[in-house]
Design a protein around this ligand. Sequence first.
Ligand code: MTE
Ligand code: MO
Length: 539
Amino acid sequence: MSVRLESPSSSAPVGMSTRASSRWAALAGVVSMAAFLASAEVVALVTGAGGSPLFGVGSAVVDLAPRGAKDLMVSLFGTGDKIALFVLMGVVVVLVTAAAGVGELRRPPVGKIVFGLGGVLALVAVLTRADSRSVDGAPSAVGTVVALLVLTSLTRKLSRWRATTTTGWAAATEPSPPLQGTPVERRSFLLVAGLVGGLSVVLGTAARAFNATRANVAELRRGLTLPAPAEPAEAVPAGASLDVDGITPYVTANDDFYRIDTALQVPSIDPADWSLRIHGLVDQEVLLTWDDLLALPMVEHHATLSCVSNEVGGTLIGTALWLGHPIRTLLARAGVQPGADMVLSRSIDGFTAGTPLDVLVDEGTQALVAVGMNGEPLPQEHGFPARLVVPGLFGYVSATKWVTELEVTRFADAEGYWTPRGWDALGPVKLESRIDVPLDGATVDAGTVAVAGVAWEPHTGVSKVEVQVDDGGWAEAELAESVSADTWVQWVYRWEATSGRHSLRVRATGADGVVQSERELPPAPNGAEGWDQHGVDVR
Ligand SMILES: Nc1nc2c(c(=O)[nH]1)N[C@H]1C(S)=C(S)[C@@H](COP(=O)(O)O)O[C@H]1N2
Ligand SMILES: [Mo]
């Protein structure tokens, strides 16, 4: 846009013509729009690329464009129809926001109304996308507020500038001093417009570029088909799921799976750029690309994953059907040298986990480089495209997400991310049990009440669960089935509840015969211990 300002120092009578002020007002509108887009992209860095209004509105327009318009675009621009569409949209948006800027100067609050409506439209476009989440509304909402603030501020500055030049004109019949206030007001408008516009272009472009990569990876993930397993999963017996309202499902849906990591930004990895390097105390380094990995025979295996930070009764645990290739065959291919006792796995984001080598090479342990979770590629926040899953070990010593390296080494020479931060180097999952229902503090009717939950000691298995009411004896609960010792197991105890206030406790016994101890321990340094307890009112 070429806009020229009448020189305030000219000796001719000067004032800001309607034309000039319109141009500056149009610029204010366009700068506000740039601020909207840029701040929205920056917010989308945190809330997820799917919330970008640029992307959302673009997709909505593509979806809503009438057939004829699409055909016309294709016939006019061929395969470049999407780019042409974006250019066209850009032109429309610049014209509308420029007009809104002029409207705001001449007939406030016309501009604010236009921006407000635009913001609502963006919000609707983003939130009506098939896979949108409510946080995806945040970028458009924040962007709209920022745009309104910028528009208000620039319009105010422009009005002042116009006022001073007008006075200047009135005063110009007096030879001196001409237009004293003008340079200040003018500078203030131009400075803010330039600063906001420049920052918007720089920050907005950078954030957009980053969000585009992420959206692209999400798209790639959606389009991916994983190979069928050479060794299919154990069939989940019908008896694995008890018919109890509110009990934790045997298999955790991906959307409900707990998430723990140190990543401020979920890494976006294009599988084509991914590789896994196995090195360290090995006979020969192995480098696997994504295609190499997918060409290997895949195993499907149910395993319960849990976090060492889980409190007694906590929810940082879940069970999924993992699809992957056994780590042990990859280590065998590299040839582990004598003296090694640990594999330090490293994530693209720098996180590391130190896993005992003997667990990884054990024939009876399905330790996987996993690529699938419950029948789909790993969700990005759970490690796409590849992560480790080791039954029986806490996540912090085994379950490296976005894994790119396995270094065969020794506990004496290396340590995982959490070890120097106060957590044990070894992290076997402890025997635990949890009451799901009735909820702690619930009121239930007298009569038969299903007291139920889950119990776990992955890789060892659970042989018995018992419930204690108040200070009574321990009564054995009914145990559901499980596909293997690597998963948790549901349990239920049908309690004949009598009115009054009662306390319920649960304890499990491992398949090795060890009973869950009464002692209470906090999560650090190697996992919480204690009996889960719920208080209930029976009426
Ligand atoms: N890259 C990376 N992988 C990681 C972590 C991490 O911080 N970064 N945290 C670990 C921890 S502590 C746990 S409990 C599990 C959690 O896996 P989830 O988020 O898929 O449930 O991931 C493990 N893998
Ligand atoms: Mo964890």
